[in-house]
Design a protein. Structure first.
Length: 162
């Protein structure tokens, strides 16, 4: 596993049918892009598609908080990042960004709580030792990164006093 921190995904191109009537990327497809970037990280943790097929273990998203920062258009190409903020025996807390691949500007952020699942239940279950080892190796590098300013945000209408 690479020691890259945060993890950077492949570069993704937008698809024509993802563009809405406003001429920019429909909000649902930001989630698709974040998920594709996570799938690459999931492979690095040893929990990709083969893991689900052979070990009957997988991950489910329990909670997600997306912030749309700047519009994306059909000609834009993006790259995702993944930073592991915390973990325990059954959960991953992560922060992701989507950035314009060539110009580097921030398009969106995504904070996620991911659960490890035994597909026989389905039920939440601890990560196997080999996966824990890879998660802890990534966390050892990522915990030295500064906490993203946008992590931990909540939704509220903030009113000025006075």
């Amino acid at each position: 596993m690479q020691d890259e921190a945060p993890h950077r995904s492949s570069i993704f191109e937008l698809q024509k049918d993802w563009i809405d009537f406003n001429g920019h990327l429909n909000m649902a497809y930001y989630t698709v892009l974040f998920d594709r970037a996570y799938e690459e990280t999931s492979e690095r943790f040893g929990m990709g598609a083969k893991y689900a097929q052979t070990r009957r273990l997988t991950t489910y998203t329990a909670e997600i908080h997306l912030c749309y920062v700047r519009e994306l258009h059909l000609s834009d190409r993006v790259q995702g990042t993944y930073q592991l903020l915390d973990h325990d025996e059954k959960r991953l807390h992560s922060y992701q960004e989507l950035r314009h691949a060539e110009e580097g500007w921030l398009a969106a952020t995504c904070e996620t709580l991911t659960l490890h699942i035994d597909m026989a239940g389905p039920r939440v279950t601890p990560f196997p030792d080999d996966v824990v080892e890879r998660i802890e190796a990534v966390h050892a590098v990522h915990k030295n990164l500064s906490r993203p300013e946008r992590a931990g945000r909540s939704i509220a209408i903030r009113r000025r006093r006075g």
